[in-house]
Design a protein around this ligand. Sequence first.
Ligand SMILES: Nc1ncnc2c1ncn2[C@@H]1O[C@H](COP(=O)(O)OP(=O)(O)OP(=O)(O)O)[C@@H](O)[C@H]1O
Length: 343
Amino acid sequence: MDVTAQAEAAQGGERPAMIRLTGVGKTYPDGTTAVHDLDLAVGAGELVVLVGPSGCGKSTTLKMINRLIEPTTGTIEIDGRDVMSQDPVALRREIGYVIQQVGLFPHQRVEANVMTVPLLLGESRATARERAHELMELVGLDVETYARRYPHQLSGGQRQRVGVARALAANPPVLLMDEPFGAVDPVVRVRLQDEFLRLQRELGKTVVMVTHDIDEAVRMGDRVAVFATGGRLAQLGTPAELLGRPADDFVADFVGSTRGLRRLAVTPIDPALLEPMDGVAAGDLAAAVDLDSSLEEALAAMLRDDRAVVGVRDGARFVGVLTPNGVHRALRASLRDPAEEPA
Ligand SMILES: Nc1ncnc2c1ncn2[C@@H]1O[C@H](COP(=O)(O)OP(=O)(O)OP(=O)(O)O)[C@@H](O)[C@H]1O
């Protein structure tokens, strides 16, 4: 499979590439090839998730972007500039970095932890403090309650939030996140994922995130890169493409046998495929869902109300109905190549 062509096609020229890896490889001195001939372009404002089994080169890839690790082959550009030609310290100020163990300074209060980077950048203490408080609120940490606490006085989820706040403190255009939600229980994890997505809609950072959890990958990613052992990119695509059209047996196996179900969650309702309201009595409708809901939410509403039809609303107005058959058609249509559409 020609991954480069796939990457460029998926890029679609919609957004200029903010991060571009070309032919990037990393072989460690002991001969281990962690990453092999990787081409990957991440658009400005895009969130790309790197996912794959343990040891497939995800973290190595991330660390090559901010030069914590130097590639053995290929080039990495950020905003058109080769990272190898930049001062690593200056480069890392442009790139927020969030890691699983958070890496907070244990003897500094939350506020001081978040203020570190603005102070390094030469802000006054007052401005840095103000910025730290803004960021704490942004990630959902009450300043009154938490600013004066030390990291050990926080829950795992709260520590992760401080880590995200600190990474955002220099307002970097690029954010690298290595298993950012890995250290918390599944319920907190989903909440942090949702909150990060909300934040991302507001901030529009260019994000590369590493996880080994395919559910997290398809939930979070605009596109997902599946790595196979040996640092080989097995597939790069939208969550819907990955689940609906895995490139090979490895990817099919990795995304799991329930991928058919999971596609429902990543496929939006297609307004073009709704059926008209005519002839459907309001009493036959399951509770309506909004037009921007996923197929999963629509199907869940049908099953919950034990009806084979759900109303779809755009604001206060009903725009049509969806049936199980319509859900199936929408799933199929979501994978159709636009070039194959009848004129
Ligand atoms: N300093 C090193 N020297 C030799 N081999 C290394 C070194 N660092 C990592 N590796 C190897 O490179 C490969 C890729 O490691 P990497 O940490 O990038 O994987 P990963 O996909 O992030 O794994 P995980 O999900 O387990 O964190 C692994 O086989 C690992 O053992």
